[in-house]
Design a protein around this ligand. Sequence first.
Ligand code: NAP
Ligand code: F7E
Length: 324
Amino acid sequence: MTTALITGITGQDGRYLAEHLLGLGYRVVGMVRGQDNPRRALVEAELPQVELAQGDLLDNASLISLVRRVEPDEVYNLAAVSFVPISWNQPDLTGEVTGLGVLRILEAIRQAGGEDGRIRFYQASSSEMFGRVAESPQNESTRFHPRSPYGVAKCYGHYITVNYRESYGLYACSGILFNHESPRRGPEFVTRKITRAVARIKLGRQKELVLGNLDSKRDWGFAGDYVRAMHQMLQQPSPDDYVIGTGEAHSVRKFVEVAFGVAELPWEQFVRTDPSLIRPAEVDHLRADATKAQRILGWLPTVTFEELVRLMVEADLEAERVHG
Ligand code: NAP
Ligand code: F7E
């Protein structure tokens, strides 16, 4: 039986990936940090077959002993400080977790004998590395120009992954994923903030939605599609880096329009902007060129932008009706 170790198991992608790998017959071990992590119970309830183990990307020893003990065939490093605005308030922490954390886990794999390529590694790189884009759409050769401490930390994580592959022969891949969303998306990210607000406004539980920049554009896909690509990358004869995205970009304003439209609400009456939510430096426009992933992995997204918005609004309406 193939064993996968997933860091970031309590996050959006960790849960979709675990579900996908369990479906393929894997043994899945998820790394959880903290003494009393409230999201541990969420994973236990949703995915009882996942084995949970203690560890932290800030702690070398925990990673070394975890990799030795679990003896994984595949390691997916999904853990990170992943919310871009936090990275300006906590740039040190972001650098330590999102950047150096990648080095720590690569080193744990190397020390466990990963140099023979036996342990396959996936790094969660990000389209935020492209930042102020040098060209559009962005592919694996597009120059990086990150615009936040998060984007800078992800560049370090990306290059140290490439470096361990080139220096030590580790089987290490980096997936440069564009924004992907779902009903499991954290409520601080703009898509979920919008769909949750739509549901609450529809049910009379919230009066308005306050947002920042409505003009930025993102290439939004469905997280369930993107975790398939992570797994496919690690099944190739040799390790490589791949851009994953839909190839379509929409503005935050467009997301708002479609989401309020699903609930038949006039968005202009409920949405207000607040300059305090504008970022010190913005990423204006991201759009993926995932030709390489299509050609080599045979990967294609299955959920359109409109379907994604609808499924998120409907899930939030349901959640608000049941739990709200
Ligand atoms: P997420 O929901 O924010 O999950 C982040 C995970 O990291 C959580 O499980 C969190 O655990 C864990 N974590 C944070 N600090 C940690 C530490 N010091 N040690 C161990 N675990 C720690 O993120 P996501 O959306 O699933 O994204 C998964 C990965 O892909 C992230 O690396 C993200 O940066 C990257 N990415 C995401 C997107 C996207 O659009 N979603 C696009 C490109 C790249 P706790 O429960 O303990 O907080
Ligand atoms: O912002 C604008 C904001 O926070 C998207 C992470 O998963 O994807 C994510 O990073 C856009 C930005 O995601 C609000 O200014 C307007 O232009 O949902 P977001 P992100 O910053 O693109 C990448 C690929 C990752 O790797 C990251 O880990 O929406 N925006 N008003 C707002 N954003 C938020 N959060 N809240 C607002 O009120």
